[in-house]
Write a protein of this length. Sequence first.
Length: 281
Amino acid sequence: MTDHPLVTTQWLADHLSSPDLVVINAWMPPVTHPDAPPVYPEAHIPGAVFFDVNEICDKGAELPHMLPAPHVFSSAMRKLGIGDGQTLVVYDDFGLYSAARVWWTFRTMGVERVYVLDGGFPKWRAEGRPFDDDTPRPVQRHFTARLNHGAVADLAHLRDTISTGRRQILDARSAERFAGDAPEPRAGLRSGHMPTARNLPFTRLLSENGTFLPREELAAAFRDAGIDPEKPVTTTCGSGVTAAILTLGLTILGSRDLALYDGSWAEWGGRDDTEVVTGPA
């Protein structure tokens, strides 16, 4: 393996029987289709375990699917049969949606050998690769979580960033939501964006088949959004899920100083003491 955070479907097919490999089906329904059912019970990559972003989270938080405490995460991973020293490959049902969030969660909890399947389950199935409906019965393993606090941005972090300009803020929401021209899908949130934020809808990082753009095109997308990948970046979105796609893209380009605003617009847009601006960046 390399430091590159993506693996291809061919790589996964070649290593699917490796004893130290765990395949993870990430799941979270899009906020626009909250009742969408997971594909996992009917079809998943053989041996894959199911990771529900809305269940493996801080259940006591008022905001949606916030990062859980390390001991809570460790307990959940043990039950999934995920342990120290394994290689993890994460995919999701949509090509790339919640897989990046789960990848970021593992990275933030100190796991180094975790990767995202480029193109996800749609590409895997389109290529005629195997899948099944069997639910594995994992053997519990010891999992050690070491939280990287620097990877997680909170409200104070964003306020400091806006006031000092020490970091770039990049929003993964659509241009219409960012500008305040479209309502937020979550009730009770104001429309617009944070001061100083730039906008790069996460879909602009993906090709038509759901894989990441080639490196040169990826770099151009960030550059066109006004972002320098060599400088610190804090990513944000609606609720901290698609922001991880931007974080993943920046990681592909070699960015090092990255943080993700876990509360994202669900927090910022829901408060009455935060500044909201409208229009383009």
